[in-house]
Design a protein around this ligand. Structure first.
Ligand code: GLU
Length: 270
C-alpha cells in the first residue's frame, strides 16, 4: 500500500505496559520502542503514554492505587521520570532521540501556548525526534472553576492527534479491538473490522453496566474515536501485547478495529 500516513500518533495505556503486580513489561517497551524507531524512518511518529502513576507505585512499592489526589500526583511525579528513563534507555538502544512533553488542557486551549507547543512538536518532528507525551498529572487540576486535566489519555491522544493534524491515531489496548458484544462473556462476539461512525448503539455495546472490554475501557476509546471522526481523521484500536502489529496495520493488514468515514480496503462493517 502506498503510504497514506505521514504523521502517526500511537497511544499506549497503563495496562499494556504494567502487569498486575505493578511490574513494568520491559519486553513490550523493548518491542514498542524498536517498532516506533523503525516507523519513524518513513513517517513522523508521536507517542502518548500512560503509566506515570503505575510506575510510581512500582517505584515506591505499593500495590493498591491510592484515591487521595495529593498521593496520586506525588506518585505521578515519581513515576513520570522513571517512565521517561525507561523509554529513553530503550530508544537510545535503537539510536532514536526522544523528547518529553507534559501537557495540561489549558496549554492546548490558549492560543499562545498552543502555538508554542505546536511549534515545539513540529521542530522535534522535523529533526526526527519522537515526542513522548503524557498529561502533566503532578500539576493538573480538576476544580469547578479551574479545570486543566484531560481526564484520561485516550482523550488526550485524540486531542493531540487533531491538534498536530496527524493522519492516524493508533490506540494500543489489552484487547484485539472493538467487538459487537463482550467477548469475555459471549463466545459469539465478533471483532468489528471497520467502524464509520460512533452512534448510541455502539456506545451502549462499549459502555453498558460492567461491560467494559478489558481494563482499558472501550467507552473512552469510542469517545476518542468520535473526536477523531468529527475532525475527519482516522483511528485504530490494536492489541498492544505485540507492538509489531502496528507495522502490519500501516502496511494495510486487516488487524484490530479501524475507524474512518470511508471504507478501508479489505475491511467490511458487517
Ligand atoms: N496520565 C496517567 C498516567 O500516566 C494515565 C491516565 C490514563 O490512564 O488514561 O498514569
Amino acid at each position: 500500500m502506498p503510504n497514506k500516513y505521514h504523521r502517526i500518533v500511537i497511544k499506549i495505556g497503563t495496562s499494556s505496559i504494567i502487569n498486575a503486580d505493578s511490574d513494568v513489561k520491559l519486553s513490550v517497551i523493548e518491542s514498542l520502542t524498536r517498532v516506533l524507531s523503525e516507523l519513524n524512518k518513513a513517517h513522523e511518529v508521536l507517542l502518548v503514554t500512560s503509566g506515570a502513576v503505575g510506575v510510581g507505585m512500582h517505584t515506591v512499592g505499593i500495590k493498591t492505587r491510592p484515591s487521595e489526589i495529593g498521593e496520586l500526583q506525588a506518585l505521578s511525579a515519581i513515576g513520570q521520570s522513571e517512565l521517561m528513563d525507561i523509554y529513553s534507555d530503550h530508544f537510545k538502544a535503537t539510536g532514536q532521540t526522544v523528547a518529553q512533553l507534559l501537557l495540561t488542557r489549558d496549554v492546548v486551549d490558549y492560543p499562545k501556548s498552543r502555538r508554542n507547543v505546536l511549534q515545539t512538536i513540529n521542530t522535534l518532528l522535523k529533526n526526527n525526534v519522537i515526542p513522548i507525551i503524557n498529561e502533566n498529572d503532578a500539576v493538573s487540576v480538576d476544580e469547578f472553576d479551574h479545570r486543566t486535566t484531560f481526564g484520561e489519555n485516550d482523550q488526550l491522544a485524540a486531542i493531540v492527534t487533531n491538534f498536530v493534524a496527524a493522519d492516524l491515531l493508533v490506540i494500543l489496548s489489552d484487547i484485539n479491538g472493538l467487538y459487537n458484544a463482550n467477548p469475555k462473556k459471549d463466545p459469539t462476539a465478533k471483532l468489528l473490522e471497520w467502524v464509520p461512525k460512533i452512534d448510541a448503539k455502539l456506545m451502549k455495546v462499549a459502555g453498558g453496566h460492567g461491560s467494559q472490554f478489558g481494563t482499558g475501557g472501550m467507552a473512552t476509546k469510542l469517545n476518542a474515536a468520535k473526536l477523531i471522526l468529527d475532525h475527519h481523521r482516522e483511528m485504530a484500536i490494536l492489541n498492544g501485547e505485540d507492538p509489531e502489529v502496528i507495522k502490519q496495520l500501516i502496511n494495510g493488514a486487516n488487524v484490530g478495529t479501524y475507524f474512518s468515514a470511508t471504507q478501508p480496503e479489505g475491511r467490511t462493517n458487517e
